[in-house]
Design a protein around this ligand. Structure first.
Ligand code: SAM
Length: 491
């Protein structure tokens, strides 16, 4: 067995957690892990239970649950539930719209966990049984009744599995999945989730120091140090979305993972100086509005200019964020067209007097815009005027300097932004050279930064699965780097 680079410790606050037992270099693999079980997430629309691609009116010839092909019908992932479902003669009920979320697949991942436990009780005992479930908190949630009906009741009474599993077994498995499963990046628009025994022990921080990559073929997860880690440091993963404001991240963690995050980023009203939660004061020109105590969910939000004295409630702040986030969600649903760029620019203009320029809501829109400029018809990179190239540079740099603080080190987001930054820098340098504004030597110097961006993007993104969007960009980045080097050498 290979040497372990971490120990598992326990504290009253974190439960079990991982600690590095030696110094680790940035980018080094700390451990790899394979899922105990994986499958569709809750509220998934019907997807193939073999390969998780979208399906429509296509079901398994044996159990009648969604399956796209003969190969998927025979896949090892589907076989155990196929046996159980066909023995009980419970069929997937045809749906009107196969793209709509349906609770029917909610039972599949819990069923897979239960069947895996039955097959390998010793792995269950050693790796899964001690996982946190937060059952008492989960029972108080509004979603409990639906979960009980769609999963517990369905497996016990419809699938007639009461002789093999107790109600308590099923409730426990649902809790293990809810608290411990990690999302597997989507293939073909559908994302699934998996329970990884080692990864699940890692504690959360909104400034994580590890990053993970999931490979497509066998769902192996590779967990790396994102930054240099010292022996004795806790290994932190992030359970939530990095580009969300504190109030939203903490609410998400409370509702989905049942704890109040008190990390350094959550505790600081300025989010470590990034101002990702900061609102501009509408009553004065001198101050900004910050939470007095971001770890108190009912904290007042106050203008930093004491003479202004403006204050508002957390409830009002939450409401405002929810309303504006709904606008962002609508933008995110748009196809990548010129209008999608223009509508996002209009959104930024509309809210620039409300939010700090690095507020999470604006940053997430800027992240998408940074990806769209250069990729959309009418806005392809060689069509962009210098002003728009500069706009793309400005947005990428804003994102990268923010990531330095909240997601330091080698993360997918950094890899993507480095890739996005290289192109406008290269085009701007060439355009200035063509206009006679810089010499050939100056051009060579100016092309050093895009080369560094490509090298960084290739290094980070080539760790991703080659078939994933990020892995594909990693490959393109390494090829573009070679081409750029050759063109600089020929100058
Ligand atoms: C994926 S599990 C992590 C492993 C877990 N501690 C165990 O013993 O199995 C997630 C749970 O760990 C705890 N946890 C993780 N990070 C935490 C943090 N930063 N603060 C408080 N609790 C945390 C919470 O109870 C959370 O629901």
């Amino acid at each position: 067995m290979s040497e372990k680079h971490y120990d598992v410790l326990f504290s009253d606050k974190l439960g079990r957690y991982l600690v590095a037992n030696k110094d680790l270099n940035a980018g080094s693999v700390i451990f790899t892990d394979t899922p105990f079980a994986f499958g569709p997430k809750q509220d998934s629309s019907p997807l193939c239970l073999g390969c998780y691609c979208p399906v429509e009116n296509s079901v398994c010839s044996r159990c009648s649950w969604p399956i796209c092909s003969e190969a998927c019908e025979k896949s090892s992932a589907h076989q155990p539930e196929c046996d159980a479902l066909s023995a009980a003669r419970v069929q997937f009920q045809p749906v009107q719209d196969w793209t709509e979320a349906s609770p029917q697949l909610d039972c599949i991942t819990p069923l897979r966990m239960l069947l895996a436990k039955e097959r390998d009780p010793s792995r269950w005992q050693q790796e899964i049984d001690m996982m946190e479930t937060h059952t008492e908190e989960r029972k108080k949630q509004a979603s409990w009744a639906a979960d009980y009906n769609n999963i517990v009741n369905f497996l016990l009474n419809h699938c007639k599995l009461g002789a093999r599993f107790t109600e308590e077994d099923i409730i426990r498995v649902c809790g293990i999945i809810a608290v411990n499963a990690v999302e597997i990046p989507s293939r073909g628009g559908y994302s699934t989730h998996a329970v990884y025994p080692q990864l699940a022990v890692a504690a959360h921080s909104c400034v994580p120091n590890i990053a993970h990559t999931i490979l497509y073929n066998n769902y192996e997860v590779q967990v790396r140090a994102a930054i240099p880690i010292k022996a004795g440091d806790i290994l932190y993963i992030s359970y939530t979305h990095a580009l969300s404001p504190t109030i939203v991240r903490r609410e998400h963690l409370r509702e989905s993972k049942y704890f109040d995050c008190e990390c350094q980023r959550c505790a600081d009203p300025t989010e470590l100086g990034t101002h990702m939660s900061t609102i501009k004061c509408s009553k004065c020109d001198n101050g900004v509005i910050l939470a007095s105590d971001p770890l108190d969910n009912e904290s007042k939000w106050k203008c930093t200019d004491l003479k202004c004295g403006f204050e508002t409630s957390s409830a009002a702040m939450r409401k405002m964020l929810a309303v504006i986030q709904a606008e962002v969600d609508q933008l995110d649903a748009l196809q990548p067209t010129p209008e999608a760029i223009e509508m996002r620019e209009a959104f930024l203009e509309k809210y620039k007097s409300v939010f700090h320029p690095r507020h999470s809501i604006l940053l997430s829109v800027k992240y998408t815009l940074a990806e769209l400029y250069g990729r959309v018809e009418g806005y392809t990179i060689d069509e962009l005027p210098d002003l728009m190239l500069e706009r793309k540079v400005e947005m990428c740099r804003l994102l990268l300097t923010t990531l330095d603080v909240i997601l330091p080190g080698d993360t997918r987001m950094r890899g993507m932004m480095l890739y996005e930054l290289h192109a406008p820098l290269m085009y701007l340098a060439r355009s200035e050279f063509s206009a006679g504004l810089i010499t050939q030597e100056q051009l060579k110097t100016r092309l050093e930064e895009p080369m560094k961006c490509l090298a960084g993007a290739a290094k980070i993104l080539q760790r991703e699965d080659p078939q994933s969007p990020e892995g594909t960009i990693g490959f393109i980045a390494s090829q573009s780097l070679e081409q750029l080097k050759a063109s600089v050498e020929s100058l």
